[in-house]
Design a protein around this ligand. Sequence first.
Ligand SMILES: Nc1ncnc2c1ncn2[C@@H]1O[C@H](COP(=O)(O)OP(=O)(O)OP(=O)(O)O)[C@@H](O)[C@H]1O
Length: 297
Amino acid sequence: MTILLKVTGLTKQFAEKVVVDDIDFTLKENTSTALIGPNGAGKTTTLSMLTGLLKPTSGSVKMQNGEVRDNIGFLPQYPQFHPWLSAIEFTEMAAKLNGVPAKSAKKDAQKTLEFVGLGNDLNKKIATFSGGMKQRLGISQAIVHKPKLLLLDEPVSALDPVGRREVLDLLKGLQQETTILYSTHILNDAEEMTDQLLFLRDGKLVEQGTLREVRQRFDELHYVVEFSSEEEAKHFTDQYEPKGKVKGCFVYIAIIDEGPSMQQLLKYLSDTPYKIRKVERQTASLEEIFMKVAKRI
Ligand SMILES: Nc1ncnc2c1ncn2[C@@H]1O[C@H](COP(=O)(O)OP(=O)(O)OP(=O)(O)O)[C@@H](O)[C@H]1O
């Protein structure tokens, strides 16, 4: 896959404080990358340096075949809209500002608004828009000029679950045509839409890779067996090796080097007199992994 953007040694220092500390990553074409990390980790500062809004203290941001500036669309965390403009006027203005020729700006704005689901609201004033509609308008101003790279700062965090779903589906559709880098606090979303994860903590990139790779490094895989009573759960644990941990009616058995296999466990259980309610192989959610990365020294 072709590399679209290469970030090397990117650093930002405000007075004495280094808030982005020597980070390296690449973005491949037509992939989506989630930038995650606790409050103050440096996500917005990183995105601001990529957009050119902030000058890096050191390091470089290089785009394959072109200038970053000419090839990005950006949705800030708190986009500013002119409430007295209509959706089409605002998007047309954004198109012109981003270099779309005046004669096609209106048509492109209309097509983009239709794409983001605002086709019936072209002439409505932004002042009347809901949060979800504004976010879709924000996305339309970021993509109207068909940028190669779309940068989004917390695109769904301010939305309710319905709005989040709509915007997320919209972004998934966009992924076919552009490369996306977005920051988020909502880890379920990152879990759903990401080819690459970048974990920032105290300005440092402490983890990166695909969801699968990060999972493999952090996940403590285990089986959960639900018994019909705590007594049975304890009795089972006394007999069975490797020893599980008992919590009420549940026993948690760690999977180490792929052992024991589910078949071995089920076979063992079927030869016992216990009433088993459920046997499951569990993986940690991204949220749990995030907590581990965030707390790791
Ligand atoms: N202009 C500035 N001058 C001084 N310090 C700044 C400036 N902008 C940001 N910072 C500091 O840099 C650190 C990183 O901030 P940044 O907004 O990039 O974090 P973030 O990961 O986006 O956080 P959040 O999730 O809360 O939005 C914070 O400690 C912040 O106070």
